[in-house]
Design a protein around this ligand. Sequence first.
Ligand SMILES: Nc1nc2c(ncn2[C@@H]2O[C@H](COP(=O)(O)OP(=O)(O)OP(=O)(O)O)[C@@H](O)[C@H]2O)c(=O)[nH]1
Ligand SMILES: [Zn+2]
Length: 192
Amino acid sequence: MNIERIENLVYQLLQEIGEDPERSGLKETPARVAKMYQEIFEGTNYTNKQIAEMADKTFDEDIYDENCKDMVIVEDIPCFSWCEHHMALMNLQISVAYLPVGKVVGLSKIVRIAEMVSKRLQLQERIGSDIADIMTMITGSEDVAVVIKGIHSCMTARGVKKPGTVTKTSTLRGKFEIESDLRNELINLLPD
Ligand SMILES: Nc1nc2c(ncn2[C@@H]2O[C@H](COP(=O)(O)OP(=O)(O)OP(=O)(O)O)[C@@H](O)[C@H]2O)c(=O)[nH]1
Ligand SMILES: [Zn+2]
């Protein structure tokens, strides 16, 4: 990301929407927006593989032996993302579940993965598949589920303007897709 170019573009954008970029309240705005873009689009700088490598600090202690196969769920991780159609805010609650196959991932790393893939221009559906891909890269487990509840400001604050509309998506891989008992267990454990 080239900060100087973003600043110039935001300056032009302010002019185009009929604003005066030189008025006192807007003087610092191009610089602020450029700085904000660096923060909120940080995930654009990395591939999923790179995010997996950054998060891959797995435990190797005795308690996490080969027999550790019980479901792990980290639920309701609050994340912000930006819809690729309007560059508008998505307010997300992301739940990630997987069945370990001898290797477990640090729980906070799951949160970091969810945050980093959200920091891109995204689709809610693709956030789910990005997280599932990265979880498989790290843990070697194909049994991953990602359930996301999203409030899309492009649907609440503009366009159809329907505040309160919630979009739910689920990405079910491996046993979560084919074993109905496991899927039901997941659904029962997840909050509404
Ligand atoms: N599948 C999916 N669609 C999304 C997501 N975020 C926003 N959208 C939709 O993207 C679509 C873009 O539609 P367009 O017709 O190209 O854009 P628009 O004219 O601004 O549409 P309206 O939002 O209906 O006013 C809209 O239906 C949005 O609701 C998302 O994460 N996943
Ligand atoms: Zn949108």
